[in-house]
Design a protein around this ligand. Structure first.
Ligand SMILES: *Cc1c(COP(=O)(O)O)cnc(C)c1O
Length: 442
């Protein structure tokens, strides 16, 4: 293909992607759909500018309006999370975590965090797994003991573990809460005082649950004793892709330096504008949204369990967050189930479950899938639609119906859900393709 054809080809593939998502049920737990206003912000000229540093102390000229937006963004983040200090410049959740590692620890220090099969994120991981904490910042990682029954960190066993680490001269410098498979709140208030007695800096990684925290519906890490909270701005918090850090004034200078020059140069100013818009939506609609997200997740868990799926966390009502975890090993492995569902336009991902690594399973063929409802909820779906979604999943995974046939029904089902809800203006469709070029339709 010549360059002209490739130019059209890429534009055509973008359109196809939009069309596919417009006919699908998007259930990836870490994803969401931003409002048209956020999309407008991210195609603005802010995305072509530089503004290193802090508003008012920039390294670059041309920041008159950029500074105003960034100040609004930081103020909104403080309001939404009830924080003294906010920095919205991290270009992703991983960068936000890296800034915390750089500000509050040195290479060779220890960090205690959740292991990946118990919900931890690769950015909390060990060097031998190419985890960010180990590979990039040289931290040694120890894992929290985990209760499979309760599907959360085991408080008593964690205290013993930290005591043991201290006895052998390995007192953690950092304690990381939060994760990616995250059904129930972590025991922050139960452990914060204990950890502070060992001078452990506590960070809460709210990448997944930031939108629920914003809505006052999960846990409130800053009130429960954490020192800093990192997050992604695009998971349950419905902004553009990026990161945010919130904390106390006493940590402000260390965090600011760790973000710039430590871990960013360009901080993606269009995304800062998008974060500001998303945070206004959060203040206005966040509570209602978070409440519906959790109700939907619980409903979906209960429905799938009723249809014969092994939904984790049964003892505690399956979930208190936006996601559920399902053991599908009776019907195949997580990898095949993911693929079959994708062919039916149901998009979710396979998931390592607690115990998988010990059982010799790995991330390509784990025993589980993870299902998240942030995006379908943003599209206006409620409990009734969760019943429909559970049946679509059953047809593919248990009844092994031809995915192409299910895809047609999925596409029909989606017709009523074309707009972004919980926002001030939704004149543009949720997945409507915005074209700025004059090429014949691809
Ligand atoms: C998704 C995720 C991240 C990474 O965030 P990015 O914005 O993708 O860099 C960090 N921590 C946790 C717990 C996550 O789930």
């Amino acid at each position: 293909m010549d360059t002209n054809e490739l130019f059209d080809k890429v534009l055509g593939l973008l359109r196809k992607h939009h069309e596919w998502f417009n006919n699908s049920i998007p259930l990836i737990a870490s994803e969401n759909i931003p409002s048209p206003a956020v999309r407008e912000a991210i195609i603005s000229d802010f995305g072509n500018r530089y503004a290193e540093g802090w508003p008012g102390e920039r390294v670059y000229a041309g920041c008159t309006y950029i500074d105003q937006v960034e100040i609004i963004c930081n103020d909104l983040a403080k309001r939404v999370f009830g924080a003294e200090f906010a920095d919205c410049r991290a270009t992703s959740g991983v960068v936000a975590n890296l800034a915390i590692y750089s500000a509050f620890s040195d290479p060779g220090d220890y960090m205690i965090a959740a292991s990946i099969p118990t919900g931890g994120h690769i950015s909390h991981g060990k060097k031998e797994h190419s985890g960010t904490a180990g590979l990039v910042h040289g931290l040694n990682i120890e894992h929290y003991p985990f209760s499979k029954e309760e599907m959360t960190i085991d408080v008593d066993a964690t205290k013993k573990k930290i005591e043991e680490m201290a006895r052998s001269g390995k007192t953690p410098k950092l304690g990381m809460f939060g994760g990616s498979l995250f059904l129930f709140p972590h025991p922050v208030k139960e452990l914060a005082d204990f950890m502070h007695d060992y001078n452990i800096h506590i960070n809460y990684d709210g990448a997944h649950v930031a939108g629920l925290i914003a809505g006052g519906r999960f846990q409130d890490p800053l009130r429960e004793g954490v020192d800093t909270m990192t997050m992604s701005s695009h998971k349950t918090l419905w902004g553009p892709q990026g990161g945010i850090i919130v904390s106390y004034d006493k940590y402000a200078e260390s965090i600011k330096k760790a973000i710039f020059p430590g871990n960013t140069s360009s901080h993606h100013l269009h995304h800062v504008a998008g974060k500001a818009i998303a945070l206004t939506e959060s203040l206005e609609f966040g509570k209602e949204y978070a409440t519906q997200v959790i109700a939907n997740a619980q409903k979906l868990g209960e429905q799938l369990a009723g249809l014969g799926f092994g939904v984790l966390g049964e003892k505690r009502g399956y979930t208190e967050s936006h996601q559920i975890a399902v053991d599908v090993s009776k019907f195949g492995d997580g990898g095949t189930v993911e693929k079959d569902l994708e062919n039916a336009n149901i998009i979710l991902n396979r998931q390592l479950l607690p115990g998988d690594i010990k059982a010799g399973r790995h991330y390509m063929h784990p025993s589980g899938i993870r299902i998240g409802v942030p995006e379908v909820t943003r599209l206006g779906m409620k409990e009734d639609q969760m019943i429909d979604i559970a049946h679509f999943i059953k047809r593919v995974v248990i009844e092994k119906e031809n995915p192409t046939i299910v895809a047609k029904d999925v596409s029909n089902f989606r017709k009523e859900f074309q707009k972004v809800h919980y926002t001030f203006d939704n004149i543009t469709g949720a997945y409507e393709y915005i074209s700025l070029v004059n090429r014949s339709k691809q």
